[in-house]
Design a protein around this ligand. Sequence first.
Ligand code: CMP
Length: 139
Amino acid sequence: MAIEQTLSLIKPDGVARGLIGEVIDRFERKGLKIRAMKMLHLTREQARAFYTVHKERPFYARLVKFMSSGPIVAMILEGENAVQVNRDLMGATDYRQAAPGTIRRDFSRSIEKNLVHGSDGPDTAMTEIAFFFNDLEKV
Ligand code: CMP
């Protein structure tokens, strides 16, 4: 299995609720390496651009408002099969369908405020990593 990188975001709800450490702990205990990390506060325009794939969805405006409502933490995670490993740790988008023991099942309170984002495939991961990080910011 190839070593992959993926983008992880701890969303404004996760940061506001003091769950940064909890989420990072789960990544590290599973063996994912953090290759870059920063805290930032997206503008509406940046949130719109990041989630442009969802621009026709009914929840897009709310999602953009939520994602620009407070600081987030962006990370590059690396490891074998990192895209899927991260998605397994996060659980399903809707916390009510997420498996027990996943981040979203344990902490989310709504389908929108679902704590974390993770790239959905290796190609998306490359695009999303490039959105948040330049080469100088990666180790
Ligand atoms: P994420 O994995 O970051 O990808 C898109 C985000 O849109 C998703 O997590 C949720 O935060 C949000 N989202 C997805 N579906 C809905 C929905 N039905 N209602 C509101 N927000 C949603």
